[in-house]
Ligand binder design. Structure first.
Ligand SMILES: NC(=O)c1ccc[n+]([C@@H]2O[C@H](COP(=O)([O-])OP(=O)(O)OC[C@H]3O[C@@H](n4cnc5c(N)ncnc54)[C@H](OP(=O)(O)O)[C@@H]3O)[C@@H](O)[C@H]2O)c1
Length: 210
């Protein structure tokens, strides 16, 4: 596949990029400045901001799927919703339907079946996350109102470390585990994009306990 990737320089994004390249996909990566990623045979870069329509049009033109591991580096309380609005419009113009991105377990989706502990954890995420958490909820509203084939993964706390290969995920039921390795999340996201899983859904996903 030809894949456009947002957040490719981030801690999860770099792992998504590696996974895509390892599986033989061609990637067009969004970077905020030249030199952050070295272009190669299977990788090209587009320089710009994720909220900029012209940048996104250049990024998504001719790709089969758009993936994102975008996240606010500083206090940027509308990054996700502003990017989602610009991205939906750019993808629509370019005729690209598939989007796979990272949300968080704090967002609410109709039909959710959370355990009591997951309900408490989600309330805490909303309390501590404040405006950023609200921004992710609004991002979800933008994608769900679109006609795209979107998937927004809802991981709990992200952790670094080796890939475990132990994933639990479900469209409605909260996970038992309360964390996920970024490497496991990267594999999950690429699986979802490759296999067309969880269309127009926001699956909970975590690294399963032993
Ligand atoms: N931390 C957690 O426990 C947790 C839990 C659940 C979900 N999440 C979510 O998981 C996602 C990935 O997290 P992470 O820690 O891997 O992210 P990260 O390391 O903070 O990376 C964020 C990425 O977004 C890019 N970015 C930020 N603003 C941008 C803009 N205006 N234009 C273009 N690119 C921009 C950054 O580019 P630069 O390199 O140029 O800054 C970087 O590539 C985030 O959405 C986060 O909210 C996190």
């Amino acid at each position: 596949m030809n894949v456009a990737l947002l957040g490719a320089t981030g801690r999860t994004g770099v792992l998504v990029l590696d996974e895509l390249l390892m599986r033989g996909h061609a990637v067009r990566a969004l970077v905020r400045s030249e030199g952050r990623i070295t272009p190669g045979a299977a990788i090209t870069t587009v320089v710009g901001d994720s909220r900029d329509r012209d940048t996104l049009s250049e990024l998504v033109g001719g790709v089969e799927a758009v993936m994102s591991a975008l996240g606010p580096r500083a206090r940027d309380e509308s990054l996700h919703r502003d990017t989602a609005k610009a991205l939906v419009a750019s993808m629509h113009d370019a005729g690209v339907r598939r989007f796979v991105g990272v949300s968080g377990m704090g967002i609410d989706v109709p039909g959710d079946q959370r355990s009591l502990s997951a309900k408490v954890a989600a309330s805490l995420v909303k309390l501590v996350g404040g405006a950023v958490s609200r921004d992710k909820q609004l991002e979800y509203e933008v994608f769900s109102a679109s006609d795209l084939d979107w998937t927004l993964a809802r991981p709990p706390r992200l952790a670094d470390g080796e890939e475990t290969g132990r994933l639990e995920h479900d469209a409605r039921r909260s996970t038992r585990s309360t964390k996920i390795r970024r490497a496991d999340l990267a594999t999950f996201l690429v699986d979802v994009a490759e296999q067309g899983l969880y269309l127009r859904q926001a699956p909970f996903v975590a690294t399963a306990r032993r």
